[in-house]
Design a protein around this ligand. Structure first.
Ligand code: ADP
Length: 263
């Protein structure tokens, strides 16, 4: 429980820091971009073309930097979620082709999808992203090939366990387990795997953000994420997303003003 709390706090702190900086930075950039556009308009007729090229170069860089702040905002914890009623099985089935191509020829893929799976409330794009992150990690853990299994289940979480998750009382969740037959993690790696920027992948191959994003997504969706790994046998990561029964489409919560990139 303690480590879960620490994790949530870290994600909170990093998310707030990131979105705060990204937001302020974007405001400054918008000022620069606006001024540059004005200068560009003023010199357009009088210029022999050289000044215009410099201004264009500056504008391109500023716009790139603005795009980067948008990506940072999208990563940070306070990113706007777009929760919808999601039927997880068809979502996974629609990813199968793509997964096969991503996994390559040496990795078999098995889908084990529960019949009568409950409907969940989450952001379907982010769920896809999370599953993709998990699949890519699984692929990296199986350089010699192996088996990737994606399994869905209805899960009744008992009160005790739910309390440690701090998402309310006992509840019903859609469980999505992604498991591989790869290298597995030593205990010290497993203990830090969800930490932002923690990676064991050499040469800048990893960002260390994959699992922390998966974790953040699960928590923001009022769900949870658990890891089970055994060295030499493989890793399995399970997402628990809350069941929804109401037919009304949930209205996403209003964005805090500070997360509007243009705000
Ligand atoms: P990245 O993939 O960029 O390293 P992640 O946050 O996704 O960042 O993963 C952090 C670390 O956790 C990885 O570097 C790896 O050591 C370990 N890890 C994640 N998934 C697996 C897996 N399926 N099997 C073995 N190790 C894993």
């Amino acid at each position: 429980v303690e480590s879960q709390l620490r994790q949530a706090q870290k994600m909170d702190a990093i998310g707030q820091l990131t979105s705060g900086i990204a937001h302020d930075f974007n405001n400054l950039l918008q000022g620069i971009i606006g001024a540059l556009e004005l200068v560009e308009m003023r010199v357009r007729d009088k210029d022999d073309g050289r000044l215009g090229r410099f201004i264009n170069g500056a504008l391109t860089s500023a716009n790139r930097a603005a795009a980067l702040t948008h990506r940072l905002l999208a990563f940070s914890r306070r990113q706007p979620l777009d929760p919808r009623h999601v039927h997880v099985n068809p979502l996974i089935a629609s990813m199968e082709e793509f997964l096969r191509r991503t996994m390559g020829e040496r990795i078999r893929i098995e889908l084990d999808l529960a019949v009568d799976l409950w409907v969940t409330l989450c952001d379907p794009n982010q769920l896809e992203n999370a599953l993709l992150n998990l699949a890519i990690n699984a692929r990296d853990a199986m350089p010699e090939g192996g088996l990737l299994t994606v399994r869905t289940r209805n899960v009744e979480v008992d009160q005790l366990r739910a309390r440690t998750w701090q998402v309310g009382d006992s509840g019903q969740y859609v469980g999505i387990e992604v498991s591989d037959t790869g290298s597995g993690m030593p205990a010290d790696v497993a203990g830090r795997a969800f930490d932002p920027f923690f990676t064991t992948k050499p040469n800048g191959k990893g960002t260390g953000l994959g699992l922390s994003m998966v974790y953040g997504f699960a928590r923001q969706s009022n769900g949870h994420c658990e890891l089970d790994s055994h060295i030499g046998r493989g890793t399995s990561i399970t997402l628990y997303l809350p069941r929804t029964t109401s037919e009304a489409v949930a209205v996403p919560p209003p964005l805090p003003a500070a997360t509007h990139p243009e705000g």
